[in-house]
Write a protein that binds this ligand. Structure first.
Ligand SMILES: *[C@@H]1O[C@H](CO)[C@@H](O)[C@H](O)[C@H]1NC(C)=O
Ligand SMILES: *[C@@H]1O[C@H](CO)[C@@H](O)[C@H](O)[C@H]1NC(C)=O
Ligand SMILES: *[C@@H]1O[C@H](CO)[C@@H](O)[C@H](O)[C@H]1NC(C)=O
Ligand SMILES: *[C@@H]1O[C@H](CO)[C@@H](O)[C@H](O)[C@H]1NC(C)=O
Length: 363
């Protein structure tokens, strides 16, 4: 009996898979054309994608549950939708396992009418280890398979804000960049390994962020392979102590060899931050050295917190340097965390964040 049900459900899955879920069948066709400038959006689920500025979006990395409506809509706007790819590296050291993984992903992409894959491996890797070589091979083989099986498809790979073994992610950046269409540089979580004073700091300080692009470029990585990722979230740190100069000491939470890290705080969406800043003790403050906004607030228990985040003022100079450095484009983690309600203030803030992606003049 149960084998029969399994058989039936397999038939149902296979049949459904071949039917285009879009109102217009042409929207199931994968996107082939390249735009000059990438706006790469990570979508983590829900329906707020309906409020994205679709005249900008070129790629959506679908990290939430599969949403056929999102795929159809993106295609109607000429934007790609790509799968998420993650796998334990110990598992794909074996060539056969690697091929199985890639075959699974390409079949899924075809069944879901997707336009590529974003490989998001954030595991620690030792330089020269079997995992180091397996990762490079994975990217190369995935790209070859996708380009062959889905013409015009895009394979991207997520890298840390700097190539210098951040979080012990010592990858073969040069070969990986060569082997895929683009690197999404996650220019955030830059306090994941604090070695100096254990204090709250900006998620993505301007000069540190930009210097890291120069490191990537000095490795002879083509600027047209780099997409700058900016944060649409911030960190809320409970302060052990707030000094008279406004310095917030944070708890020591070690991470991958560093004594302190941003794990002492909690990630908060821009939507939350914009409400919280209004009920803060300090109001919005600006750190001239890190070129980032922050504020202090007291919670219901009397505990003082310091919140560091990005807003149009801190994002626009980053976006400007995407253009001046000739990078492929910009993107964010993640597209869903703005306030997309109809409130006039929310609308203004949300438009401001989208427009900041195109640089300071757009603010
Ligand atoms: C969407 O982005 C375009 C630029 O590509 C801009 O001209 C337009 O004003 C934006 N739309 C909204 C609603 O902000
Ligand atoms: C291949 O993957 C399986 C898990 O599905 C794992 O048990 C096995 O060890 C892997 N093979 C190798 C040689 O790593
Ligand atoms: C808290 O900060 C004040 C002012 O900088 C300092 O005098 C005091 O020693 C600090 N307290 C603790 C527990 O670190
Ligand atoms: C925050 O306060 C400003 C200034 O008083 C006000 O204009 C705005 O509506 C408030 N924003 C939110 C999200 O409450």
């Amino acid at each position: 009996m149960s084998w029969f049900l399994l058989f039936l459900s397999t038939i149902v899955v296979v049949c459904r898979a071949n039917i285009c879920p879009c109102e217009r069948p042409e929207h199931c066709q994968q996107i082939r054309e390249e735009k000059d400038f990438e706006v790469f959006v990570f979508d983590v689920g829900g329906k707020t994608w309906k409020s994205y500025n679709w005249s900008m979006v070129t790629t959506v990395a679908a990290f939430g549950k599969y949403d056929a409506e999102l795929m159809c809509h993106a295609h109607s706007k000429g934007a790609r939708v790509v799968l998420k790819g993650d796998v334990p590296l110990s598992y794909i050291v074996d060539q056969e396992n690697r091929t199985v993984w890639i075959t699974e992903k390409i079949n899924l992409a075809k069944v879901q009418f997707m336009d590529g894959i974003n490989i998001d491996i954030e595991q620690a890797v030792e330089d020269g280890s079997p995992e180091f070589h397996a990762l490079t091979a994975l990217v190369k083989e995935t790209t070859e398979t996708f380009h062959r099986e889905i013409p015009g498809s895009q394979v991207s790979f997520d890298v840390a804000w700097s190539p210098k073994c951040i979080d012990k992610r010592c990858y073969d950046y040069i070969t990986i960049a060569d082997s895929c269409d683009l690197l999404f540089v996650m220019s955030y979580d830059e306090q994941s390994q604090i070695t100096g004073d254990c204090i709250a700091m900006a998620n993505a300080p301007l000069s540190q962020t930009l210097n890291a692009y120069d490191q990537y470029l000095s490795m002879n990585i083509d600027p047209m392979k780099l997409v700058m990722g900016v944060p649409w979230y911030g960190y809320d740190y409970p302060c052990l102590n707030l000094s008279e100069h406004g310095i917030c000491s944070i708890a020591k939470v070690p991470f991958r060899g560093a004594p302190c890290s941003d794990a002492a705080g909690r990630q908060k969406p821009y939507e939350w931050i914009m409400k919280q800043v209004n009920v803060s003790m300090s109001g919005r403050l600006w750190d001239e050295k890190q070129k980032a906004p922050y504020f202090n607030y007291k919670d219901q228990t009397g505990q003082i917190h310091q919140v560091w985040y990005d807003d149009p003022q801190s994002i626009c100079p980053k976006a400007d340097s995407v253009k001046s450095k000739g990078l492929r484009g910009i993107g964010m983690w993640n597209g869903n965390i703005l306030d997309y309600s109809d409130e006039p203030v929310a609308r203004q803030q949300t438009t401001g964040m989208w427009n900041a992606l195109l640089g300071c003049l757009q603010e």
